[in-house]
Design a protein around this ligand. Structure first.
Ligand SMILES: Cc1cc2nc3c(=O)[nH]c(=O)nc-3n(C[C@H](O)[C@H](O)[C@H](O)COP(=O)(O)OP(=O)(O)OC[C@H]3O[C@@H](n4cnc5c(N)ncnc54)[C@H](O)[C@@H]3O)c2cc1C
Length: 392
């Protein structure tokens, strides 16, 4: 395993991606600057969306700026150089990050927090006509344009959400809620058709039964049609092509607006780094370092915690931040390789708060699930407090 050895100069710490963990690391380093480091953030955009509030934005409860994390300001406060670019690779031999538009960026310590790629695999027609849930900018613009266009139609719109994970479920109900609020659900005696398409033959198969029941009930109440056992194979401006997983039969669904949360895959370039991967995600140990390169950390959705595998969720990215920050500090201070680092132990369960379109949410923990307005208010408070905490 390669390790970091301090050479007497400022330690070059490069953060790739402005994910939730890096945003909090920047905040911590702004509050308590670490002497002897030269910090760089690489991010394609000066802001990053807080996805926990994305369904609330689609439903119309939040404005776009409510869920935008201001990376530029965070970087400035932390004394970090911000490179607006996309990382394309890491050359571990020369210890540089390869960038799309800029010269390779050298590092002593590297941390990767780039989330997942939500491009639907290998189907160009899907890429063109299906809007991924992230990045926020494209979804926000297309959703606003769509709402305007839908008002000009002489029929209710048809919409499709591809991917029946928590994100897809929340987005589908948020869209249904917004269509009703805008008076677009019922038009000329007909109703909008909003379909949630899931490849698997059950919704959240590894989740508790009580949650599944509540979610199915909530989708029904929202008027969302659930189509299990189907995958999207193509799309054009007015429809989505689906294939039944069991029979292989093709169907075409009319869709004026198609959004996808499916296709959550690791970014392809990670495979070329030579780092140990698990299903394409960077394999890290308890200290959040790559299992075979001590100079490289990985956090959030792009990492696989070999010591405690968990589903992908923003909550882990957030909780990893103090450990990542402390370990970067310790390594930067230490003159010897192999400084003692802090371990991260993720909680085994956490309170899931799943919004149902309106100002209600389903709270789920310990195998129980309860829908209430109070749950929504708690989630709203947590989310707003998180965003406020990043404002400084
Ligand atoms: C609709 C929806 C709702 C959700 N709700 C919740 C919720 O309520 N609670 C919860 O815990 N989880 C939720 N999730 C999951 C949550 O969004 C993710 O788990 C979380 O965003 C992961 O955070 P992250 O820090 O790993 O990366 P991300 O938040 O994905 O951030 C990655 C950042 O890296 C940047 N980046 C990407 N590629 C590169 C590159 N090559 N070079 C440089 N920068 C790059 C991106 O621009 C982005 O800013 C939701 C997901 C969706 C889709």
């Amino acid at each position: 395993m390669s390790t970091y050895v301090k050479n007497g100069e400022a330690t070059k710490i490069v953060l790739i991606g402005g994910g939730h963990c890096h945003a909090l690391t920047l905040k911590a380093l702004a509050e308590r600057p670490e002497p002897g480091i030269a910090l760089t953030l690489i991010s394609p955009e000066p802001t990053a969306p807080y996805t926990g509030m994305l369904p609330g934005f689609v439903a119309g409860h939040y404005q776009r700026e409510d869920l935008e994390i201001d990376l530029e300001t965070l970087a400035e406060r932390a004394g970090a150089r911000l490179i607006l670019d996309r990382a394309l690779g890491v050359d571990r031999e020369s210890r540089t990050v390869l960038l799309h538009d800029n010269a390779p960026e050298p590092y002593d310590l590297l941390s990767i927090n780039i989330g997942i790629s939500s491009q639907l695999a290998g189907v160009p027609a899907l890429a063109e006509h299906v809007i991924p849930a992230k990045p926020l900018g494209r979804l926000a613009e297309r959703w606003t344009t769509f709402l305007g266009r839908a008002k000009l139609l002489d029929r209710p719109p048809a919409l499709c959400v591809i991917g029946g994970g928590v994100g897809g479920i929340e987005l589908a109900m948020a869209m249904a809620w917004r269509l009703r609020r805008e008076g677009l659900w019922n038009r000329g005696g007909a109703q909008a058709v909003l379909t949630l398409v899931e490849r698997g033959d059950a919704l959240l198969p590894s989740g508790p039964q009580a949650l599944r029941r509540r979610l199915i009930g909530a989708l029904e109440r929202a008027g969302v049609r659930l189509l299990l056992g189907h995958e999207a194979t193509g799309a054009d401006a007015g429809s989505v092509r689906l294939r039944a997983m069991a029979s292989g039969q093709d169907t075409v669904l009319p869709s004026d607006f198609t959004v996808a949360t499916a296709g959550a895959r690791p970014q392809a370039w990670l495979a070329q780094t030579g780092l140990a991967l698990h299903d394409g995600f960077i394999a890290v140990g308890p200290t959040l370092q790559s299992v075979d390169d001590g100079a490289i950390f990985a956090v959030g959705d792009c990492a696989h915690m070999t010591h405690a595998p968990r589903e992908k969720a923003g909550v882990y990215a957030v909780r990893q931040a103090p450990v990542l920050t402390e370990n970067l500090r310790r390594l930067a201070r230490s003159a010897e390789p192999g400084a003692e680092l802090m371990p991260y132990t993720p909680q085994s369960d956490y309170l899931k708060l799943i919004t149902t379109g309106g100002r209600e949410a389903i709270a789920s923990k310990w195998g129980l699930a309860l829908r209430s307005h109070l749950s929504w208010r708690i989630k709203d408070r947590i989310d707003r407090a998180f965003m406020r905490s990043l404002e400084g």
